[in-house]
Write a protein that binds this ligand. Structure first.
Ligand SMILES: Cc1cc2nc3c(=O)[nH]c(=O)nc-3n(C[C@H](O)[C@H](O)[C@H](O)COP(=O)(O)OP(=O)(O)OC[C@H]3O[C@@H](n4cnc5c(N)ncnc54)[C@H](O)[C@@H]3O)c2cc1C
Length: 466
């Protein structure tokens, strides 16, 4: 055991060396630093990591372990039902007297974090958002429920804190405590449904940096014009890296601003950094209203007459609704663990407004299949689509999946990529194949008629008391 007590740095959704104030502060003490990752899915209830998230987490941990090893350190892995006893055990084994970590705000991990805070000597730091939820207050000291004033307030507070450099060195303890083996956590699937994931996601941290670099150098300028077209590589695809904290949103903000400024202030940069503020807004809302993961923000929606239909749910999940843009998106999700934002809005609207199935069922499916599944962003996105959340698309504004398809995938490139059965159809036919003179036999007929479904949704809405 080291004579100078080491510091445990507990990593959560912040698997990075750069802009990590907890690691930075621990390194600055000159004391031995023991990096730790605790896996306690049982304590997260319904929102324990889903299949796709576990897959990404496995790779993110492996990459991070390698990064720490390059600094002469390592990542100690421990798992169990609760974080507190695991930390207490580690402190006993190593003689560590303090724990450092970065604060997080999701309700499903709050009790666990509070228990640690109460029992141990914990120093916590800010770096998971541009600004923490309590820092952005309206004129009466409350929280915001609408994005635009939240955004204006964020901008009025100036740039978020500048990111910190990665530590150059980490003092190792005299003896490392035992670590569990990552492979023993079985985060990767037993039945291999993940082959498409390997093609799609960067496999090394160096690639995440390259990814950021390439996006900011080549794409961000056109972001405003191209972000809505799923066949284009118009968005950053950094959502999983942001969720697991392989890169901090503060670093991205500063990097994007300085490059944008160097190029004369790009409209695209501003549009993109605005998305980082949407991320903060989703976390702000869930922090202040922790029930939003399951309960509608507009309370009268609790009485909405949702349907129960397992067969429709299955067809939506498997991309067999007969609406090509919906099915292409659901197949993209299944194959890659990711879906374009425009398509997330289309498929979510289709589930709740065309099929009248509860938004929570969609949120659960996304939770299991998205590599970037994030409780704040996912709950916010689903409530928005269902028309019951903050800044929500009003329920009576119902996406028409055929018009959305014609507008955002005019040539049908995205559809053809994900639905080979429709390859032979022209751009005119591909959005509504049932109207083609010879509809493909191996593609399903539409699950519902959109016009009738729209009327049914409006009727259901009419039953709600405001
Ligand atoms: C129904 C629904 C569910 C969603 N579920 C999730 C989820 O589980 N996890 C998730 O990260 N995002 C979710 N989103 C938001 C958004 O679709 C994704 O963040 C985005 O598609 C990720 O792609 P990107 O990294 O290329 O985004 P970019 O367009 O490059 O944006 C950069 C970053 O900004 C943030 N961001 C962008 N749009 C939003 C938004 N609308 N709300 C909050 N943050 C945003 C993300 O962190 C994203 O990585 C959901 C949206 C909807 C409509």
């Amino acid at each position: 055991m080291s004579t100078v007590p080491p510091i445990l740095v507990c990593f959560r959704n912040d698997l990075r060396l750069e802009d990590h104030p907890a690691l930075h502060a621990a390194a600055a003490t000159g004391r031995p630093v023991i990096p730790v990752y605790l896996y306690c899915p049982e304590s997260e209830g319904r929102w324990a990591p889903g299949g796709a998230t576990r897959w990404y987490l496995h790779h993110a941990l492996r990459i991070f372990q390698e990064q720490l090893e390059q600094l002469g350190s390592t990542l100690i892995l421990r798992s169990g039902p609760e974080a507190l006893p695991l930390l207490q055990q580690l402190m006993e084994e190593t003689g560590a007297t303090e724990v450092y970590w970065i604060r997080r705000f999701d309700p499903h991990t709050r009790d666990q974090d509070t228990a640690v805070k109460k029992a141990l000597s914990l120093t916590s730091f800010s770096a998971s958002l541009l600004r923490e939820p309590h820092e952005v207050q309206n004129l009466s000291g409350g929280f915001y429920k609408v994005f635009t004033p939240f955004y204006k307030k964020q901008l009025s507070l100036g740039d978020p804190e500048a990111p910190l450099a990665a530590p150059k060195q980490l003092q190792a303890p005299e003896q490392w405590p035992r670590s569990e083996a990552l492979e023993d956590w079985s985060l990767l699937p037993q039945i291999s449904w993940d082959s498409g994931f390997y093609e799609f996601w960067p496999q090394t941290a160096a690639n995440v940096e390259d990814w950021v670099d390439r996006f900011l150098a080549e794409r961000v300028g056109d972001y405003k014009d191209e972000r809505d077209f799923p066949a284009e590589p118009g968005t950053s695809r950094l959502s999983a890296a942001l969720h697991f904290g392989q890169v901090s949103s503060r670093s991205l903000w500063h990097e994007a601003q300085s490059r944008g400024a160097a190029l004369g202030g790009l409209v695209g940069t501003e549009a993109w950094t605005r998305q980082l503020v949407w991320r903060d807004f989703a976390h702000h809302l869930l922090y202040h209203q922790p029930h939003l993961d399951w309960h509608p923000m507009q309370e009268h929606f609790a009485d909405f007459p949702w349907k129960e239909n397992d067969e429709w749910l299955r067809r939506w999940q498997q991309g067999e609704t007969g609406y090509p843009i919906v099915d292409a998106a659901m197949r993209e999700l299944w194959t890659t663990g990711w879906m374009h934002n425009r398509c997330r809005m289309i498929v979510a609207s289709f589930l709740v407004k065309d099929l009248l199935l509860p938004w929570q069922q969609g949120a659960l499916w996304f939770w299991d299949t998205l590599v970037d599944a994030d409780l704040a962003n996912n709950s916010f996105g689903w409530q928005w689509a269902a028309g019951c959340g903050a800044d929500a698309a009003p329920y009576f504004r119902i996406f028409n999946p055929i018009l959305q398809s014609k507008k955002f995938d005019a040539q049908g490139e995205y559809i053809r990529h994900w639905i080979p059965e429709l390859k032979g159809l022209s751009p005119k036919q591909i959005h509504a194949p049932w109207e083609a003179p010879l509809p493909p036999r191996n593609y399903p007929a539409p699950i519902v008629d959109h016009k009738m479904a729209r009327d049914a949704a409006l009727e259901a809405l009419g039953t709600l008391k405001k």
